[in-house]
Design a protein around this ligand. Structure first.
Ligand SMILES: Nc1nc2c(ncn2[C@@H]2O[C@H](COP(=O)(O)OP(=O)(O)OP(=O)(O)O)[C@@H](O)[C@H]2O)c(=O)[nH]1
Length: 354
């Protein structure tokens, strides 16, 4: 079992999808933890695996008071009849890796061996992310394998690789584009007993969270013993609409999105503007891309978005998105999609595996 962590939008889901497609004879089970209430990441990896993907819903796994849900999933994936060799837990972009590792070590499921922490780094956003979140350095120091991703977007990948190399303890540092690493790394990155000791095994025991009232909500829980976590500074907003969105209005919203709105992901239905495709959307910092994907018969024609940011006014953003709903969902003006299409990636750019 390995933990796949890394800041918002660094490329964890992309890497997981790569592993799922390139794992050769090994079977990978995936557990996906989303921060937003809509399970966008789980949707993005679904299909690749059928019943060997499970999704842990809303909130950060590192703040779960009750880990029994995780245990149930681990048990399900660890059953011999699933034939699963390795379980990858994709943490939400705001999870605290140390807490996650503690939980997994505590879960003590027979047949499941903890195999290390993989941190994904967005090389293009590395400086900005570190400036905002100096704790990223601490996360890197804990990692067993660091994937320096998005080297295609980074002007000076060599420098970032060098800096990451200085920040890690004994981790391997692997350069990547679209998360394309050799799956062998996953099986080889098992830490030794001693390495777990270095991962502050003592801390892990000393600072066990206190038992909580079972009825306490996760949100409140975050405020007390998780006050130092990255995600305490972040708010998320989930938006779902059955009415298609108007492309011009949505672009107006996206073009004026506030600085603190760091991450947007999900799927957009533009109705009559493109009845055949839904548009996966990813914004990471100032970066924005749409990825048209044909609707399948099984898809509900919905827009589902998760927005994550710090210092954002979530209710106000929700209202702005409401105002993007189309007044005439069944009619399309001829040039309506131009603004969106500017952000659809060129053929030739992008992940050939996608
Ligand atoms: N140019 C480029 N884009 C990438 C690369 N890897 C991932 N992306 C894009 O970056 C965006 C975010 O990737 P995800 O894999 O969803 O990131 P994530 O870490 O799972 O995101 P969160 O779950 O929100 O934390 C998507 O648009 C990806 O297509 C890369 O190496 N190069």
């Amino acid at each position: 079992m390995v933990v796949l962590a890394g800041f918002l939008g660094s490329g964890k889901t992309t890497l997981l999808n790569h592993l799922l497609h390139r794992s050769g004879g090994s079977r990978i089970g995936a557990i996906v933890n989303d921060f937003g209430a809509i399970e966008i990441d789980a949707m993005a990896v679904a299909g690749a695996l059928g019943d060997s993907t499970v999704s842990l819903g809303n909130g950060c796994l590192c703040c779960a008071v009750d880990t029994s849900e995780l245990d149930v999933y681990l048990e399900r994936l660890a059953r011999p009849d699933t034939g699963i060799d390795v379980i990858v837990i994709e943490a939400s972009g705001l999870a605290e890796p140390e807490e996650l590792v503690r939980m997994l070590l505590a879960s003590d499921h027979p047949g499941v061996v903890y195999g290390g922490l993989i941190e994904v780094v967005d090389a293009a956003e590395f400086d900005a992310t570190r400036a905002m979140h100096p704790e990223i350095d601490r996360h890197l120091a804990l990692a067993d394998l660091v994937v320096v991703n998005k080297l295609d977007r980074s002007g000076d990948g060599g420098r970032v690789l060098g800096q990451v190399g200085e920040l890690v303890d004994r981790a391997a540092v692997v350069p990547a584009t679209y998360g394309r690493i050799d799956p062998e790394f996953l099986f080889d990155c098992r830490p030794s007993e001693e390495r777990i000791g270095q991962l502050s095994f003592d801390d892990l025991h000393e600072s066990q969270p206190q038992p909580h009232d079972a009825h306490e909500s996760h949100d409140h829980d975050r405020r007390d013993h998780h006050s130092g976590h990255l995600h305490t500074a972040y708010d998320s907003l989930s938006f779902t609409s059955e009415v298609p969105l108007d492309p011009r209005r949505l672009m107006g919203f996206l073009d004026s999105r506030p600085e603190g709105l760091y991450r947007i992901k999900g799927y957009v239905d533009f109705g009559a503007h493109d009845p055949r495709n839904r548009y996966a959307v990813h914004a990471v910092g100032r970066f924005l891309r749409f990825y048209p994907e044909p609707w399948t018969a099984a898809d509900a024609r919905l827009t589902q978005l998760v927005l994550i940011g710090s210092g954002i006014d979530a209710p106000a953003l929700g209202k702005e998105l409401e105002a993007c709903k189309s007044d005439a969902p069944h009619t399309a003006d001829e040039h309506g999609m131009w603004g969106v299409l500017r952000y659809v990636q060129d053929p030739g750019e992008g992940d050939p595996e996608a």
